[in-house]
Design a protein around this ligand. Sequence first.
Ligand SMILES: Cc1cc2nc3c(=O)[nH]c(=O)nc-3n(C[C@H](O)[C@H](O)[C@H](O)COP(=O)(O)O)c2cc1C
Length: 324
Amino acid sequence: MNTGFTVEQLRAAVSDAVRAPSLHNTQPWRFRLRDGGIELSVDPLRRLPATDPTGWGARIACGAALFNLRLALAVAGTPATVRLRPYPAEPDVVARLVPDLPRRPTPTEQSLHGAIRRRFSNRAPFWPDPVPADARWRLGEAARAEQCWLELVIGTSAVNAFAEIARSAHRVLERDPAYVAERRAWIRSEPSPDGVPAAAGGPRSEPQDLLPQRGFGGRNRAPGRDFEPEPLVAVLGSAGNTATDQVVAGQALQRVLLTATDSGLSVSMLSQPIEVPGAREALRLSLGRFGMPQMVTRIGYGQPAAATPRRSVDEVLDLPVVPA
Ligand SMILES: Cc1cc2nc3c(=O)[nH]c(=O)nc-3n(C[C@H](O)[C@H](O)[C@H](O)COP(=O)(O)O)c2cc1C
């Protein structure tokens, strides 16, 4: 009878969990073992007060890390049962995972797990090749499998209407000096275990760009290397917008991202229209969907992107101190 997870199992799973995406690559997570269960918490020291005043982004990132944890444990033959936000008095604890009956991993778990270390944000222009129908369907299925929805924004007028909402949200954010200072503070020109390396920042924005790029100190683009004229924009949404819904959405986001990677697709995220309440509401109304938009992605085929750094497993673990 398996009574609890071990420190070795925790370490192995956390090394996959930390590959999850996070706002500005802040990596706002902590992991520990408590009574044989693995617990994942938001790291209160890694919040972004100006960019993410409600904690939405930190919970999305922790949800994504949780999905990786689930996959890592399942692929190791030790799947977990998950309880979300298990302690009302400790709202930063996002999830508690306890061992489920051992079983062999499914082919889907294996392929998604294999994609964890090949998934990177790709902020460069994509090739004009359309995303085929079966790949679009797989992405929608990935969101549904995690109790969320993925709405593809189809057609020139819908994409233009979305772009207008996104650009106006971007302008609102860029007028806030605290937001701008936070964004700049997380750009890295020297090697660092967190933040966004300038080389990963994508090309510098130009006036002809349809979608607003968050400025991470990107380079000038080669002549003619403009963004695709009609990008495939997909909005991920959840049934509600409680803190728990946001953790659910983070898991769905990661499942969509890994499914995209497994299908040979590149993805970038743009969350400005989620971060500005008026823009989020306009987006919600434009989609006519029940529930709440939680993330926007741009999906296509592109040149492979590179990995961004992560802090080591030791830096994100809280282990009991063993007396010498
Ligand atoms: C909640 C959330 C919001 C994000 N918003 C943006 C965004 O607006 N623009 C962007 O370029 N990347 C965005 N990202 C992607 C992160 O910057 C990226 O995940 C992080 O830098 C780590 O890089 P990686 O995804 O390549 O591992 C977001 C990620 C998360 C989880």
